[in-house]
Write a protein that binds this ligand. Structure first.
Ligand SMILES: Cc1cc2nc3c(=O)[nH]c(=O)nc-3n(C[C@H](O)[C@H](O)[C@H](O)COP(=O)(O)O)c2cc1C
Length: 180
């Protein structure tokens, strides 16, 4: 198996991180990787918010918690974290306006980031929940905090850092593949 295929197989969601900041070199490698992601018609409509400032991640957490129901609060308690970014030293939020295929573009970009992180010996977890902090019908949503432009929407996020835990990759189900 080549190294890229091995990295894909080894990735799993990490929900506990060491309190070690990423180096500038690591941040630059991740930025370089995500900017290599393809976008439909090369429109490059995605925006990538690289957030290492814990106080900003905390404000996003607080807004998610404002909307969270009992079930979500219980799940977070079970996972042993009060942060939807699991106290990772880096949270990346990916946004897009209403261009063609914004969700697809964002999904590809976040997938590339997760594999790039894995290849660098870092862990990651892809995050949809922080989107609750950016609900358009919430006048106190966090769009202003990050300076979103008109029409810019949260699409997906990812937490990245040095893993403080190990998790086996999920079990594969080959029945999901149909061959003709
Ligand atoms: C679109 C998407 C959104 C996700 N959102 C969250 C999230 O908000 N919080 C979380 O802890 N995990 C989240 N995950 C991680 C999944 O729970 C995880 O990928 C899945 O359980 C499979 O485990 P694995 O990543 O270890 O293979 C998300 C994954 C995807 C692909």
């Amino acid at each position: 198996m080549n190294q890229v295929l091995k990295t894909i197989q080894e990735r799993s969601s990490i929900r506990s991180y060491k309190d070690i900041p990423l180096t500038q070199e690591e941040l630059d490698l991740l930025k370089n990787a995500v900017l290599a992601a393809p976008t439909a018609r090369n429109l490059q409509g995605l925006r990538y918010y690289f957030i290492t400032d814990r106080s900003i991640l905390k404000q996003i957490d607080q807004r998610v918690m404002h909307h969270a129901g009992d079930e979500m609060r219980a799940r977070m308690k079970e996972r042993g974290s009060e942060s939807f970014f699991y106290d990772a030293p880096l949270g990346v939020i990916i946004t897009a306006g209403e261009q063609r295929w914004p969700g697809e573009d964002a999904g590809i970009a976040v997938g590339i980031l997760s594999i790039a992180a894995q290849s660098m010996g870092l862990g990651s977890v892809i995050l949809g929940i922080p989107g609750m902090a950016f609900q358009e019908d919430d006048p106190e949503n966090c769009g202003k905090l990050l300076g979103f432009a008109e029409g810019e929407k949260f699409r997906i996020a990812i937490a990245i850092g040095h893993p403080a835990t190990e998790k086996e990759p999920h079990e594969k189900n080959f029945d999901l593949i149909k061959e003709f």
